[in-house]
Design a protein around this ligand. Structure first.
Ligand code: DAH
Length: 406
């Protein structure tokens, strides 16, 4: 099911309502598993290095293990770390946010991490940030599991607790995050987030006339409004009350940009339980999380999320370190090729499984998968018809090659 944008927070209730429409798939129930006999266009590397940790393909992609649902197509993205390339739109945006924090606060006060391994425990990804045991984001339909206790992080909040245990009080964590999702111009199974965190001690609010929470809210809003101005200029902004498991109160910041309200980030005052459990009793903190693609698509006029992954120099050569907001000039829009596919479904069917199969077979030429028709027969068995849009960012596709894929 398509959400607003790839980086739309999974954890707010508005999104939850949409997501909960999915049938859940339990461990071992694989509705569509395409991993056995497919052709690969690009060879998969055997191992990647991230922050001194080696991740081997054998560890992360385990085709015979029913508690593992990571496909090769996703493993092949681990270690690319687009956000660490200074000339890439995601790297340019990350560095601009770093500069904002180093100018608003004493330079270096906020410690920056962008090289933490995306393979994390279920505990770090969910339990440590109080995601309820039955939350939809924990399902095998929504999250990539390496095994029953280990996932590819689905948000950078997965690192909050460890940072607090390490005694850090001001930090920014940027990284690639992984979610099973739909296929369209704004959804990709891998995208990038930045998490920000600031802890206050009692001495900081004692003489202000505010309590800790009020001070944190005030500072949070002031900081993030400043950040939004830095990125988008003098835009109109509004705060929306929302829900996240890890913060209370929780907010979303929206800006009025190009005639529309655009959600920029989620944030809030960290739940006391998180601080207490991780060695920061008596403190108050704020946190925020933002999706880099979501903002970069708007700031650089990038129309399709797949472009971030292309190595075509007609894309990559358009961006330079330090130049936020260069407008992307499309080199050409190649024609789409539409193919429909219909099939009977069982209760185990989910759109995310279908989309993963499509991506595994077609790779990045799969532009969109949309349900165009469905019916249920007299016996109660349902059929779905999907339209798959194929389009390359780099060349015209021939009907023969698309037919072969279809
Ligand atoms: N982790 C959230 C998500 O991916 C984003 C987020 C929201 C992070 C609020 C935060 C926060 O730290 O306070 O949907």
């Amino acid at each position: 099911m398509a959400l607003a944008l790839s980086s739309a927070p999974t954890f707010c209730h508005r999104v939850l309502a949409l997501r909960s429409g999915h049938a859940r798939r339990g461990i071992g129930q694989v509705a569509i598993d395409s991993r056995s006999s497919r052709k690969r266009s690009a060879p998969i590397v055997a191992a990647v290095q991230i922050g001194g940790v080696t991740l081997t393909r054998e560890e992360v992609v385990r085709q015979d293990d029913p508690t593992n649902n990571v496909p090769d197509s996703v493993f092949s993205k681990i270690g690319l770390q687009l956000h660490r390339r200074p000339d890439h739109p995601l790297g340019i945006l990350k560095n601009e946010i770093y500069s904002f924090f180093d100018e608003k606060f004493p330079a270096g006060l906020f410690r920056k991490f962008d090289d933490l391994s995306p393979v994390v425990s279920v505990k770090s990804n969910f339990d440590d940030v109080l995601v309820p045991p039955d939350h939809i984001s924990r399902s095998y339909n929504d999250t990539y599991y390496v095994d029953g206790n280990t996932v590819l992080r689905c948000h950078t909040s997965a690192h909050q607790a460890q940072m607090l245990r390490d005694g850090l009080t001001h930090f920014l964590v940027t990284g690639d995050v992984y979610r099973r999702d739909a296929i369209d111009a704004t959804h990709y199974p891998v995208f990038h987030q930045m998490e920000g965190f600031r802890v206050f001690s009692e001495s900081e609010w004692k003489d202000t006339g505010l309590d800790g929470t009020d001070l944190a809210v005030k500072d949070l809003k002031e900081t993030l409004e400043g950040l939004a101005k830095r990125l988008f200029g003098n835009v109109e902004m509004r705060w929306i009350d929302t829900y996240f498991p890890f913060t209370n109160p929780s907010f979303e910041l929206e800006i009025f940009f190009k005639e529309k309200w655009l959600e920029v980030l989620g944030c809030g005052v960290t739940e006391q339980e998180i601080l207490k459990s991780n060695g920061q009793s008596g403190k108050v903190a704020w946190a925020f999380g933002l999706g880099l693609e979501r903002l970069a698509m708007v700031l650089f006029d990038i129309p399709d999320i797949r472009l971030f992954w292309t190595s075509d120099p007609r894309f990559t050569a358009q961006f330079k370190a330090g130049q936020l907001g260069t407008k992307f000039k499309p080199f050409s829009k190649y024609p789409p090729c539409y193919k429909d596919i219909s099939f009977w479904i069982t209760d185990a069917f989910t759109e995310n499984n279908l989309c993963e199969l499509v991506r595994d077979v077609a790779g990045d030429i799969a532009e969109e998968v949309s349900l165009i028709d469905q019916f249920t027969n007299k016996k109660g068995i349902s059929s779905h018809c999907y339209r798959i849009t194929y389009r390359s960012m780099e060349r015209s596709l021939t009907d023969e090659e698309v037919n072969a894929i279809q």
